[in-house]
Design a protein around this ligand. Structure first.
Ligand code: ADP
Ligand code: ZN
Ligand code: ZN
Length: 705
């Protein structure tokens, strides 16, 4: 008996688990168990991996194997169902298991020194001791960690109120979710302001209470697109469950806090985990309910490394655990709507705004063929803004383009501000006095004169948020205008501060990109203006229309949310400037008709053979020369033709060159998901075998094509 052979998943691009040896003498540590983290030699380094299996060494030449250095005994093993979840993700998205498991763990678990882990565990032990001894140490414990702090009101937001009595629609939704036995996927389709949050909170409450009544613990996972843009939800959750441990998980947490929160989820201390997409891979042994808020949001899709959809993994995980999952949205993804229509998901509708007499805003279209607007704002929109200023109400202007102007141009010779490293324009940023490429981040000073002909009168073309801000200041010198976009909120915490000032009523006109469209509950907002959304109507990307419709419904949903006395206030308004007022997308928007839009979109997709009626995977390649990338893809295409799989021609990506690298792609399609999966497995294995020096990646269920 030579000991044990231990299979370990490592964060390595080699699609294999690695075997190590453990003998009673080798480490002095107890025998490793699956799910434990272990320190092992790898090449000349020492790395942390995850034990996936432990086997007998007798029938194996173990002498060739290297010894495990250390086992992280202090941490309870990750459970088998968590390993199964990772294994599913690795198989489905065609990634090595170790590249799925390790990167989703907090850094403190993956480093050779155990200082951070030991510190986090010590803190946990100390704190549970403190809660045991109650009052004496409570004050100190509360300052040690935000998690145990009393549920303070989020600064600048209204103080947490007692839970409102659910209306009939909300109650029916909660009942359906709680009554479900085992796995059930619910699509909570609720117009903006219909009170979906209350449904999540009541369902969570009911599930936790039910488990507690039977002497069991329960954990609830609430996924949100971006925590920093929706602090109100975190405030509501903490206020509603002051007696429970609530933790957040997202990439902007400090390492120490992320590790502590992850451990709290893994050990079952945290009853509620509120997190971004990465938290769908957190270990939660008592998971009893999953909520995916704004399930249509593109940020649920990871765009590099393991290109997973957190929404899809949430569904898989709910099925694995045999528990309910709730997908909430006012504008569900076309896939989810399709699943609800064919009965795979159960649809729960909230058709009314929840707050007393709050109404959906009236939507109007401003025809830009008739209304000239040299500075981007048409006379009807300017008049509507003026009326809000006079009444002391807030307005929101939505323009999904940051910077001053998307391009600079010379009238004399035709020069335009191309990026020399990308197939893209350099964007004019006037306050920063820079030209910036939004693809490769190259920055140049604004040239004094045309680089080609010396003309000193270079012109900005088109407009971004900075230019509209400048114009607003000229139009309404007395108004308090605030711009919120990626440029104005670079400093940590500045987005939060900006939103707080809107909530405090210190802003008359809020102007911004999609950052302002998300779930904010602005109480004094009665006008939303949308500036030139038309470009998305003619995009090559077949999802552009779906995304635009969702964005417009979301941003429109920021208006008229407050409870008002019956008949008192005027109905709030959304004004969209467009050159295509007859376009079906805008007609559906006028009628707040998401179902109509979704039905038309599904019919189009069906006849065009697009998802969700086909399944896709996208192979991308990058090279110094475009031809090399195309050649690689062509070779991949010829590698293994298979019946039932369509492999399209390789094509350059729309933005072909980024930072001097040429990019091309190859679309693979099948009408059967199983067939596509069966093809992708040997295909990616063969591509890995080729050992091409060129960078490539595969995306299953791609969203940007
Ligand atoms: P959604 O997420 O569906 O857009 P919210 O959850 O933000 O909507 O709720 C919109 C507003 O309605 C919030 O101010 C919320 O406090 C309020 N609200 C929710 N449910 C009720 C209810 N049953 N009675 C009164 N107000 C409610
Ligand atoms: Zn010129
Ligand atoms: Zn560039």
């Amino acid at each position: 008996m030579t000991g044990r052979i231990v299979s370990i998943a490592l964060d390595s691009p080699l699609d294999t688990e690695f075997d190590y040896r453990w003998t009673p003498a080798s480490a002095g540590a107890p025998e490793p168990r699956p799910g434990q983290l272990a320190l092992v030699p790898f090449g000349r380094r020492e790395v942390v991996g995850l034990v996936t299996a432990v086997g007998d060494a007798s029938d194996y030449d173990a002498s060739k194997l290297r010894d495990i250095i250390d086992v992280r005994e202090q941490l309870a093993p990750l459970p088998a169902d968590w390993i199964a979840l990772c294994r599913f993700a690795a198989d489905y998205y065609q990634r090595p298991l170790g590249e799925v498991m390790l990167p989703c763990l907090p850094k403190g678990l993956r480093t050779a020194p155990t200082v951070a882990l030991d510190r986090a565990l010590k803190k946990r032990a100390g704190l549970s001791g403190a809660t045991g001894k109650a009052a004496a140490r409570k004050g100190k414990a509360a300052t040690d960690t935000a998690d145990l702090a009393p549920p303070a009101a989020v600064p600048g937001l209204p103080a947490p109120a007692a839970p409102p009595k659910l209306n009939a629609g909300q109650q029916a939704a909660v009942d359906a979710i709680v009554a479900a036995e085992g796995f059930a996927a619910h699509l909570l389709f609720g117009v903006t302001g219909s009170g979906k949050t209350e449904v999540y909170l009541h369902a969570a409450q009911a599930v936790i209470a039910r488990e507690q009544a039977s002497g069991r613990q329960a954990q609830v996972l609430i996924l949100v697109p971006e925590i920093n843009l929706t602090p109100q939800l975190e405030g509501s959750v903490r206020a509603r469950f002051p007696h429970l441990k609530v933790v957040t998980l997202h990439s902007q947490l400090a390492e120490g806090e992320r590790l502590r929160n992850w451990i709290a989820a893994h050990l079952g201390d945290a009853a509620i985990v509120l997190g971004t997409r990465l938290s769908v891979l957190a270990a939660m042994p008592q998971l009893k309910l999953i909520v995916v808020d704004e399930e249509h949001d593109p940020s649920y899709k990871q765009q590099e490394g393991l290109r997973y959809s957190a929404r899809d993994l949430a569904i898989w995980r709910a099925r694995q655990q045999d528990i309910p999952v709730v997908l909430g949205s006012a504008t569900p993804s076309i896939e989810s709507w399709h699943h609800a229509s064919n009965g795979r998901y159960r649809r729960l509708d909230l058709t009314q705004r929840a707050a007393a007499h709050a109404q959906l805003p009236r939507v109007g279209l401003i025809d830009m063929e008739v209304n000239k607007a040299p500075d981007g704002l048409s006379p009807p929109l300017v008049a509507a803004l003026r009326a809000r200023l006079e009444r002391g109400e807030q307005s929101l202007l939505f323009l999904n383009r940051r910077g001053y102007a998307p391009v600079m141009h010379c009238d004399a010779c035709g020069w335009i501000s191309n990026c020399r490293r990308c197939t893209a324009f350099m964007v004019l940023h006037k306050p920063e006095r820079r030209l910036r490429c939004h693809h490769c981040s190259l920055e140049l000073r604004i040239p004094h004169a045309c680089p080609t002909c010396g003309n000193v009168d270079l012109q900005p073309m088109g407009r971004g948020t900075q230019r509209v801000e400048e114009h607003l200041q000229v139009l309404f010198p007395q108004a308090r205008v605030l711009r919120i976009d990626a440029d104005s909120t670079r400093k940590k915490g500045s987005a939060q501060a900006a939103f707080d000032s809107v909530h405090r009523g210190e802003v008359d006109i809020l102007l911004g990109t999609q950052m302002v469209a998300k779930g904010h509950d602005f109480q004094r907002l009665t006008l939303v203006g949308v500036i030139n959304p038309d470009t998305a109507l003619f995009s090559q990307d077949y999802r552009a229309g779906e995304r635009l419709f969702a964005q417009l419904m979301q941003v429109a949903g920021r208006a008229g949310r407050a409870a008002v006395a019956e008949g008192s206030a005027q109905r709030s308004e959304v004004l969209v400037q467009t050159r295509y007022p007859q376009h079906p997308l805008y007609r559906a928007l006028l009628a707040h008709d998401y179902p109509g839009f979704a039905q038309a979109t599904l019919a189009e997709r069906r006849s065009a053979g697009l998802p969700p009626f086909v399944y896709q995977a996208l192979l991308r390649a990058e090279a110094k020369q475009l031809q090399a990338a195309l050649d690689f893809l062509q070779a991949a295409r010829d590698l293994m033709p298979v019946d039932g799989i369509v492999i399209n021609d390789p094509v350059p990506m729309t933005v072909t060159r980024v930072a001097g690298v040429e990019r091309a792609q190859l679309l693979v399609e099948s009408s059967s998901r199983a067939q596509l999966q069966a093809f992708l497995r040997p295909w990616t294995a063969a591509l890995r075998q080729q050992k091409s020096r060129l960078r490539w990646s595969l995306e299953v269920d791609p969203v940007d094509i």
